[in-house]
Design a protein around this ligand. Structure first.
Ligand code: FE2
Length: 294
């Protein structure tokens, strides 16, 4: 990193707590961003399709007969297992739109078919491990003053390749990283310029103070492989349950240049649009949670 520490000020913290997100342009240099992107491209180039469950994506979606329904269930089971296993691995996830619906074959080169690599890059990949635990990142995590025992988890490279990168609908990250008390904060690093046309982040400012977390993702309670969502009551320090539904006009588009760090409160409502442009959008992200929380 070009600078060992980052001056995370009281103003930064105030803005983060007020808006539910904070944009820090120039947190890392454009040359660092380019080097990380290049490393990401090496990962995309070098991973093997052998043994990857992508072949299972063939099933299910095209026909309504019993065989394809069975195949779809099997496909989902294999994919769920692959997803859960990825917590301690460097795994590769594909864009839905990267497969031919009839044959199940990839319609683009694998380098452009992957939408996510995760979820243990911060442990298993030396380049991203060093980046994640750099002193400058720690300055921000400590500067937030929200963690007694900060723990890093769920690191991901997220790709939106030109014209194939999909949208992410509005959501709150703590639904997926639920703790009691709530503690998740996302750190999101732009490895390329992120614009309205290649699918940058969009936030509903202040929504973390309006909408409590009312669902959480858990492992399946019946013991089978997979995840499910359950309803939860708002915690004491959250706003009361709200049925507010946000519309397009409520979202603020957060275009950021390469080298930007965006902090994302676990309860802020955010989304991103598909990449309709001819420019890729590579980002690296991970989350912090409180180790002392349940
Ligand atoms: Fe998110």
């Amino acid at each position: 990193m070009s600078s060992p520490v980052f001056e995370f000020t009281a103003d930064h913290k105030e803005q983060f707590l007020r808006d539910g997100y904070l944009i820090l342009p120039g947190f890392f240099s454009t040359s660092e961003a380019a080097a990380l992107k290049q490393h990401a491209d090496v990962l995309l180039r070098d991973f093997s399709l052998d043994g990857h469950p992508l072949t299972r994506f063939v099933a299910g979606d095209t026909l309504g007969d019993a065989d394809s329904a069975t195949a779809a269930i099997e496909s989902k089971r294999v994919n769920d297992a692959y997803f859960l296993d990825s917590a301690t691995k460097v795994s590769y996830f594909f864009e839905q739109g990267a497969f031919d619906s009839q044959t199940g074959a990839l319609t683009v080169p694998k380098e452009r078919a992957v939408n996510k690599v995760g979820h243990a890059l911060h442990e298993l990949d030396q380049v991203f491990k060093e980046f994640t635990f750099a002193p400058r990142v720690l300055s921000v995590v400590n500067g937030l003053g929200l963690f007694e025992d900060p723990r890093c988890l769920q690191s991901m490279l997220i790709f939106k390749h030109p014209r194939i990168g999909g949208s992410v609908p509005g959501h709150q990250d703590s639904t997926f990283l639920y703790t009691n008390p709530l503690s998740a904060v996302g750190l999101w690093f732009a490895l390329e310029d992120c614009t309205k046309t290649n699918g940058c982040l969009e936030f509903v400012p202040g929504s973390h103070k309006v909408k409590p977390i009312t669902t959480r993702m858990i492992r399946k309670r019946d013991g089978s492989v997979g995840t499910e969502f359950v309803e939860v009551e708002p915690q004491p320090n959250e706003p009361p349950a709200s049925d507010v539904v946000y519309e397009d006009k409520d979202y603020v588009v957060a275009e950021v240049p390469a080298g930007t760090l965006v902090l994302i409160h676990g309860s802020i409502v955010h989304r991103s649009a598909p990449n309709l442009s001819d420019k890729s959008r590579y980002i690296y992200t991970f989350h912090m949670i409180e180790g002392a929380a349940e």
